[in-house]
Design a protein around this ligand. Structure first.
Ligand SMILES: [Zn+2]
Length: 89
């Protein structure tokens, strides 16, 4: 499963860890989502997200929502175009 909802709060959000220094309590924000990358160069690499950062990672600057599921499908070349499955053209 490339996207998992974490049951235990024992993993810290990857983005918070990068954004805040060790001495900031936000450095250790429990992650809720684990997303395993499936692109060739980063295969198997797991990123952890708290809910605010999961929302942020799924929203483009113009406000478009691009879900983790769609991002993973895109990375695997399985993205849908106008509701059409890739490969059906
Ligand atoms: Zn975070």
């Amino acid at each position: 499963m490339p996207i998992r909802k974490l049951q235990t709060k024992q993993v810290w959000c990857s983005i918070c860890k990068e954004q805040y220094r060790d001495n900031n309590p936000l450095h250790r924000t429990p992650a809720i989502w684990a997303v395993v990358s499936e692109t060739a160069d980063k295969a198997g690499r797991t990123r952890y997200y708290c809910q605010p950062h999961a929302n942020e990672a799924q929203t483009w600057v113009d406000g478009t929502i691009w879900t983790f599921r769609q991002q993973l499908d895109y990375a695997k070349g399985k993205e849908a175009i106008d509701g059409m499955e890739f490969g059906q053209l």
